[in-house]
Design a protein around this ligand. Sequence first.
Ligand SMILES: Cc1cc2nc3c(=O)[nH]c(=O)nc-3n(C[C@H](O)[C@H](O)[C@H](O)COP(=O)(O)OP(=O)(O)OC[C@H]3O[C@@H](n4cnc5c(N)ncnc54)[C@H](O)[C@@H]3O)c2cc1C
Length: 569
Amino acid sequence: MLHNCDAEKLAHVWLNEASFKAALICLAFILQTTNVFLMIFAPPSNRTMRTKTIRCPSTGTRRTRQAVVDSRSLATETSVKTINKDVVVIGNGPSAITLSYLLSGRWPYYKGMDALGHPPDFLHARLESKPNCSLVLQDLKELSEGLEGRSSNPVALLYDTLNHPDADTGQDLPSLLSWKNHPEHAIDHVVLGRGPPGGSWQAMEGDVLTISRGTWMELANLSFREWEETACERQLGIRQKRASVKHVAQYYHDYVNIKGLRPYFRDSAEVTSVRQLDQVKNVPAESYAPTLWQVTGHVRTVEGLENFQYVTPNVVLAIGGTDRPNSMNVAGENLPFVIKSLQAMEKLISSQQLNRQSEPVLIVGAGLSAADAIIAAHFHGIPIIHVFRRKATDPSLIFGQLPSNMYPEYHKVYQMMKDNGMTYTGYTPMEQCQIVRIQSDGKVCLQGPDYSTKIKVSFVVVLIGSRPSLNFLENKGRDLTVDVTKPISCRNNPLDVDLFTLESNKQPGIYAMGPLVSDNFVRFAQGGALAITRDIHTKLSRLKAKEESFNSAIPSVTAESVSYLDCPT
Ligand SMILES: Cc1cc2nc3c(=O)[nH]c(=O)nc-3n(C[C@H](O)[C@H](O)[C@H](O)COP(=O)(O)OP(=O)(O)OC[C@H]3O[C@@H](n4cnc5c(N)ncnc54)[C@H](O)[C@@H]3O)c2cc1C
């Protein structure tokens, strides 16, 4: 077994002063990868020598090395092969898809100011000062300075300002970005997601319309409108501006195939653990020795579960914010007739377990998902009791912020909530009300501002928001949030990241995008892909440059003489 200090001694013998640092960079990789290798294959006894072709995570170079292998553990080797990647992306929603597009070498360029004077002059001047230079190679901090909008992430604002000029004022103008393919800059990566590409869009109720305009749901360099016109029949009328959830989900799925991203995607893949591998000791502080991460999980296939294991210096968390429905923290919440998604309610309706003869369905919440549930149940004539904590006239309710001509269905629900059950038969709003207890006999105890009551219901549908689940990380990812004493929340306690790279301020090599960094709309989540691609591209370029200077300094060292090295010599 090669020890860290032996490796350093060898390096000293072979290398002159100037190339020593560069050698350590490679050694860091070797030793870390060797640690992984030995951890998996080489407990103290029953060792044999094996030859293995391995790949340096950040350079893409492959070479053969000999390693000590435990003959008893060969079964592990064949069943779970360790795959090295420069980047492992967890989640396969619109954030991850956009990131994969950029990582695959498709880079954005500024096309120039449009006839209406977009973008703002100061941004145009900065961009014009570096013509024909992709945004991936520019100073994103400088470019985004002074931009304002609905995201707290400056690179998200920069991307959105260029991709959807003046969208916040309701404009629907062509993008100011063009795209060029640079296969030579493609970064080796894998995208792991639970279902088919599209992330949470594949799990939402398909007939619901998006809140955003259809065009704001589109991803880089593929017009949603053009796709929709060829792929499906468009509805006419005012709602044309919005898209159906099923079309958006289909668009994301098709995007991966149309843009040639399929080889990067591993569908039906659940990540169950992300762990940091042992750090190399005795490496000078100034040298670059990236942390390596081990990402494990399984893919669901027709034959059953198939385990996977990746080792990478860069893990991107693109897991969205909907995995764990929020809890009411009341007794009986886990009873089988308490459900927490619109899809589950739709299934009950289509299987006739919930119908117009049922006891009332109790819907909890005053957001758009609760409104969607009310619309669906009302449409099927199912009696509804609607419980929500605020007053129906509370100006902070989302409904008051949506223009009525764009969102007639939500305004209808808003009207029903304010009407106090006078006009709409089968719908009973209970404002300023909370569930106290749910009983196994189907009775629910409710507490209002000046009353308490008990009601028999068929089902309870709780739609009060959700949060991400970072259970696959050490300490459930709690150390990564802005306030480590509080649970993660996309709105109030997101992950603590560098604003211009989206790399964690707490764990190097961990990146986050989308709702995890408070970008809850697809329009803004995409800017994260630019920030991350730029940072990883820069890291890899630096590493490659160091490797090249190392190579030129020691031309006489051959692969055979240093067979344990991962990196080129
Ligand atoms: C009902 C509803 C309506 C919405 N309407 C709009 C709208 O109109 N406009 C808009 O811009 N935004 C809308 N949003 C928000 C939008 O869905 C998100 O901003 C967007 O989907 C975020 O994309 P993402 O790729 O970051 O995450 P997601 O789309 O959430 O995808 C992440 C995926 O990662 C998967 N995942 C999580 N953990 C793991 C793991 N351990 N292993 C493997 N996979 C994992 C998740 O299951 C999920 O499928 C809406 C959200 C909801 C819930």
